[in-house]
Design a binder for this molecule. Structure first.
Ligand code: RAM
Length: 872
C-alpha cells in the first residue's frame, strides 16, 4: 500500500514573537513551517481563527507564501485571545491535517484602555534626603469578590520593577520594562496572573528601582535622572470573574509606599540589600502598612505605551564555579570559567548584620580582580544577613559583566554549590550553529555566541561591564548579519530600530548610540558618522535578508532616507563625503592606543564608501517597497557616488589611495570597483597585503567583517584562512592564548605579556570584531541566504586551512537549513538540508553548480577538480 504524500504543518508563529502574549499587533502576520516529502510545494493554505465570539475559517488562499502572511480576519481587539491553526495543500490537492494551534493574546492596544495612573512615593517619604535614591516598595490590598476566571496584569515603570501578588513573584523577567527611548516609547508587559489570585483578600506589591530611567548612566562619571527624578509604577490588574463581572485594580492614589530592604541599586554600581530590613508579608493581604507613606499620581502619557516585539530578558543559564581560591582578608576568588553577563547568587549562613561583598571583573591581574577596565562602574553587590539560617540572595536590579567574583566575608557551605553565576540576557531562540574540525575555530565561534548573549540585553550594546553599555549603532551595524544567523533577534532589534528612528535628529543625524544620553564633548552633540549612522540603511536590510520581513523595511524606510539625504547634503558636488568628523576604521591595530580613530585608512574613503553602500541599500529597499521613482533616483545617486569614489580613491592597476586591507575590503565588498579586472587586481593586492602583514589582522571595526569575505570573493580563500588561523597578535585566535571566552574590544585587550591593555577602552566582551563568524557560516561551512528569509539557500563550501570538515545549520523561516562537508583525498562530500518552501543550490569550489529541490536532504560527492558526480 502506498501512502499519499501528506504534508504536516507545525503550529504557526505570529510576527517575531517567541511568546505571543500581550502583543501589540492587532493583525499579526503569521508564519508556519511544513514538513513534506521532497519536491512538495504549497499551493494553497487555509487559516482558522478561533476567537471568543466564534471561529472564523478563512477561505483557501492560493499561494506559496508561508512567511509573515497577512492576518486573514478582522483585527483583534485589546485583550483578545485567539487560537490560530492552519492547513496546507499541494499540487495534488491533498490537504494536510490541521496544525497544532498557536495561542495568542493581545495586550492593551488603545491609550484609553489604560485607566491606571502612574504612581510614585510621596517626596520625602521613602527617600528622606535629597540625594537618597532608595528603591521603594509599593503595595495595595484588594478584594476578589467572586471566583476568578482569568486575570491579567499590564505593568510598566519609570525605572525597573518586579511584582508580587500574595507573596509570590509574577513572571520571571529581568530588568523589566527594559530600556527604550522612554520619552517616545515605554514598553509594558502582560502577565497571566490567574493562578496568583484567590477569592477574598488579596494584595499586590511592587519593587521599584532606578534602572535606566533615573540611575547613573554613561561614562566620565555619568548622569543620573536622565528621564526624570522619580521612579513610578503603572500597573493595571484586570480580573474577569466566573460570573462575568470584572474588577480592575489599577495603580492610583490609594496605594502605599514603604522602605524596602534594598538600600541602593544601580546598573553600574551594583546593589546593596539589608535583609534585616525585609518587611515580611508586605505583598500579602493583611500586612500592616500603617507606617507606610502615601503616593503621588505622576504623569505618563498612555499613548507612549507599547507592547514588546521581542522576548524579555531573563535568566537563561546557571554556571557553577570552576575554581575557588582563598585570598587574604577573608576573601574568596571565584572563577566561573566563562566571561558572562548576569549576577551571582549566594547562599550564606551567619549572624544578623554580617555583610557579604561581591565584586566582579572580567580578568585578573596579579591574582586579583582587575577592575580598572570597568572605569566608573563599581559593580559591587552587598548582602547584609538577616541571621538564623541559610539565606539565598541574588540582586534584582543590576547586571555585571564578569568571569571572576571576589567575595569578602563568605559564610556559606561548599562554594561550588552555594555560589552560582546566573546568566541574564534577552531570551531569544537560538537559530544558528557552526562547527568544524578545528577546535580553536570552534572556541572562537563559541566566544562570539557568548559576546552576543552578553550584549543582547534588551538592546544591542557595545559592552556589558564598564560605565558604557550603550546601544552603539556602529557595533550592531557590523554584527547584525552574524547575530541574525545565530539567534532570532528580529523582534528585539525591530524595537531598537524604532528607537533609532525616534531619536534621529531633525537634520537626519543618527546618534552614535541609542537611546541617546549625554556623552561628553566627543559624542554630544552627535555628529553624522559613517559606519555608525549607516545602521539605519544597512541593518533593516540585513534583517530582511534573514527573515524576509519587508514590513521592517517599510517601517524604517523614512529613517534610512533621511540619513542618506543628509549625507547627500554633506557630500561635495561630485558625491564624495569628504568633510567632517569621522571615526574611520575604529581600532585599527596601527592606531595609537589612545586615539583609536587614527587608523591608516583614509576616513573619507570609508565615509564615501559607506555613503554609496547605504544609497544602494535605500534603492533596493525602495524596490522591495514598490517605490520605483525613488529606487531609480537612489540608484542613480549610488552610481554617481561610486564614480566619485573611483575617481578619488582608486589608482590604476586596482590599487587604492590608502594601501590598506580595509580600503580594499571596503571597495570590494561594497561593490565600488568598476569592472571585473579591477576587482581581481584589488583582490590580489589585498592578498599581498595580508601576506606581507604576516597574516596578522590589520583592520579595525570597519575592515574586520569585510576582509575575509573580500578575499574569498576574489579567489583568495587561502589567504583568508591564513588570517583566520593566525595565532600571533593581532588575530582572532590570539585571544584564545589568554584563555578568552568572549570576543575582545581590542585585538590586544590583553597584551602578549599577560597584562591588561592600559588603554581607557579595554573591554573583554565586545561582539564587533566577532563579525568574522558570518564568514565562518557563509564560507567555511558555506551556508547563506540567496533570497530573503532563506527562501533560496546557497551552499558555497570553501574548504581550506587544513580544516577537514565543517557544518552549519540555521533555523530559517521555512525550517532547518543545514550543511556538513567533509574533505577526502580526492573528493568533497557535502550533505545538505533544504526545508520545504525553500530551494537551494551548491556552488562547488570549481564553479560547478548543483540545484537542490525543495524539502530535500541529500549527500553529494564532488571530485575535486572534475565534474560533480552526484549520489543520493
Ligand atoms: C566605544 C564603544 C563602541 C564604539 C565606540 C566608537 O566607546 O565601546 O564599541 O562603537 O566607542
Amino acid at each position: 500500500m502506498t501512502h499519499r504524500p501528506v504534508p504536516s504543518v507545525a503550529a504557526p508563529t505570529a510576527e517575531h514573537h517567541r511568546e505571543p502574549f500581550g502583543i501589540g499587533e492587532s493583525s499579526p502576520r503569521l508564519s508556519w513551517k511544513t514538513a513534506a516529502p521532497p519536491g512538495w510545494t504549497q499551493h494553497a493554505y487555509q487559516i482558522e481563527i478561533a476567537r471568543p465570539e466564534g471561529t472564523h475559517r478563512a477561505p483557501w488562499t492560493t499561494s506559496e507564501a508561508s512567511v509573515l502572511v497577512d492576518w486573514p480576519d478582522r483585527p483583534l481587539a485589546s485583550r483578545e485571545p485567539a487560537r490560530v491553526r492552519l492547513r496546507v495543500r499541494g499540487a495534488d490537492g491533498a490537504a494536510s491535517d490541521w496544525s497544532p494551534a498557536l495561542h495568542l493574546e493581545t495586550g492593551l492596544l488603545e491609550p484609553t484602555d489604560w485607566t491606571a495612573q502612574a504612581i510614585s512615593p510621596q517626596r520625602g517619604s521613602v527617600e528622606r534626603r535629597d540625594a537618597e535614591r532608595r528603591p521603594p516598595l509599593l503595595r495595595k490590598d484588594f478584594q476578589a469578590g467572586a471566583e476568578v476566571e482569568r486575570a491579567r496584569l499590564y505593568v510598566t515603570a519609570h525605572g525597573l520593577y518586579e511584582i508580587e501578588i500574595n507573596g509570590r513573584r509574577v513572571g520571571d523577567h529581568t530588568l523589566a520594562p527594559g530600556w527604550t527611548s522612554y520619552h517616545h516609547r515605554l514598553r509594558y508587559q502582560t502577565h497571566d496572573v490567574t493562578e496568583h489570585l484567590r477569592v477574598g483578600d488579596n494584595a499586590i506589591g511592587a519593587w521599584l528601582a532606578d534602572g535606566w530611567y533615573r540611575g547613573r548612566l554613561g561614562f566620565g562619571g555619568g548622569h543620573a535622572d536622565l528621564y526624570g527624578d522619580r521612579v513610578a509604577l503603572l500597573a493595571q490588574l484586570e480580573i474577569l470573574h466566573r460570573d462575568g463581572t470584572v474588577t480592575v485594580i489599577g495603580t492610583d492614589s490609594s496605594w502605599r509606599a514603604g522602605r524596602g530592604p534594598i538600600l541602593s541599586s544601580g546598573l553600574l554600581d551594583g546593589e546593596t540589600y539589608d535583609a534585616r530590613q525585609e518587611r515580611s508579608g508586605w505583598s500579602s493581604p493583611g500586612f500592616d502598612d500603617g507606617d507606610w507613606a502615601a503616593v503621588d499620581v505622576v504623569t505618563r502619557d498612555p499613548a507612549t505605551l507599547v507592547a514588546p516585539t521581542g522576548p524579555p530578558v531573563r535568566c537563561t543559564e546557571e554556571i557553577a564555579p570552576v575554581l575557588v581560591t582563598a585570598l587574604d582578608g577573608d576573601r574568596l576568588l571565584v572563577d566561573f570559567g566563562q566571561n558572562l553577563v548576569g549576577r551571582v547568587r549566594v547562599t550564606v549562613s551567619g549572624p544578623a548584620g554580617h555583610t557579604v561583598v561581591i565584586r566582579h571583573a572580567e580578568v585578573l591581574q596579579d591574582g586579583e580582580l582587575c577592575v580598572r577596565p570597568l572605569r566608573d562602574a563599581i559593580s559591587t553587590d552587598r548582602y547584609v544577613l538577616r541571621g538564623g539560617g541559610p539565606e539565598t540572595w541574588e540582586p534584582r536590579f543590576t547586571l555585571h559583566g564578569f568571569r571572576y567574583a571576589e567575595i569578602t566575608g563568605w559564610r556559606g557551605g561548599d562554594p561550588r554549590r552555594d555560589i552560582v553565576a546566573r546568566v541574564h540576557h534577552t531570551d531569544m531562540a537560538r537559530t544558528g550553529w557552526f562547527e568544524c574540525s578545528n577546535e580553536q575555530v570552534n572556541r572562537l565561534h563559541q566566544n562570539v555566541v557568548w559576546s552576543l548573549r552578553g550584549n543582547f540585553v534588551d538592546l544591542p550594546t557595545d559592552c556589558p561591564q564598564r560605565d558604557e553599555r550603550l546601544g552603539w549603532t556602529g557595533d550592531i551595524q557590523i554584527f547584525a548579519p552574524t547575530a541574525a544567523f545565530l539567534y532570532d533577534c528580529h523582534g528585539m532589534l525591530a524595537s531598537w530600530l524604532r528607537d533609532v528612528a525616534m531619536e534621529q535628529h531633525a537634520d537626519g543625524t543618527v546618534p552614535w548610540y541609542v537611546p541617546e544620553i549625554p556623552g561628553g564633548e566627543q559624542w554630544t552633540p552627535a555628529r553624522p558618522g559613517a559606519g555608525w549612522g549607516d545602521v539605519v540603511a544597512l541593518t533593516p536590510w540585513d534583517l530582511y535578508r534573514a527573515s524576509g520581513d519587508a514590513g521592517l523595511l517599510a517601517a524604517q524606510y523614512a529613517c534610512a532616507r533621511r540619513w542618506v539625504d543628509l549625507v547627500t547634503e554633506l557630500a561635495d558636488e561630485s558625491g564624495l563625503w569628504n568633510r567632517g568628523y569621522q571615526l574611520g576604521d575604529w581600532l585599527d591595530p596601527f592606531a595609537p592606543p589612545e586615539d583609536p580613530g587614527a587608523g591608516r585608512t583614509d576616513r573619507h574613503l570609508i565615509a564615501t564608501a559607506y555613503y554609496a553602500w547605504s544609497l544602494r541599500h535605500v534603492a533596493w529597499t525602495a524596490g522591495v517597497l514598490g517605490r520605483e521613482d525613488e529606487r531609480r533616483r537612489y540608484e542613480v545617486l549610488a552610481d554617481r557616488v561610486r564614480q566619485a569614489f573611483v575617481a578619488e580613491y582608486a589608482r590604476p592597476g586596482g590599487l587604492m589611495s590608502s594601501d590598506t586591507q580595509t580600503a580594499y575590503a571596503v571597495a570590494l565588498q561594497f561593490d565600488l570597483l568598476p569592472d571585473a579586472a579591477t576587482r581581481a587586481a584589488a583582490g590580489r593586492r589585498l592578498a599581498d597585503l595580508v601576506a606581507t602583514g604576516g597574516h596578522t589582522i590589520q583592520t579595525g571595526f570597519i575592515g574586520t567583517p569585510l576582509v575575509a569575505p573580500a578575499l574569498s570573493a576574489t579567489g583568495h580563500d587561502d589567504s583568508a584562512y591564513a588570517l583566520l588561523l593566525q595565532q600571533e597578535c593581532p588575530s582572532w585566535l590570539y585571544a584564545l592564548k589568554h584563555d578568552a571566552t568572549t570576543v575582545w574590544e581590542r585585538w590586544d585587550s590583553m597584551l602578549p605579556d599577560g597584562t591588561v591593555n592600559p588603554g581607557e577602552m579595554t573591554s573583554f566582551n565586545h561582539y564587533a570584531l566577532g563579525a568574522v563568524a558570518q564568514w565562518l557560516h557563509t564560507t567555511v561551512a558555506g551556508l547563506d541566504a540567496s533570497a530573503p528569509g532563506y527562501r533560496e539557500v546557497v551552499f558555497r563550501p570553501r574548504p581550506g586551512g587544513g580544516i577537514s570538515w565543517a557544518s552549519a545549520a540555521h533555523e530559517s523561516p521555512y525550517g532547518r537549513v543545514a550543511i556538513r562537508w567533509e574533505l577526502g583525498r580526492t573528493e568533497l562530500t557535502v550533505r545538505t538540508t533544504v526545508p520545504t518552501g525553500a530551494t537551494g543550490r551548491i556552488e562547488w569550489p570549481d564553479g560547478g553548480v548543483t540545484f537542490l529541490p525543495t524539502g530535500t536532504t541529500s549527500t553529494r560527492r564532488h571530485h575535486l577538480g572534475s565534474d560533480p558526480d552526484t549520489t543520493h
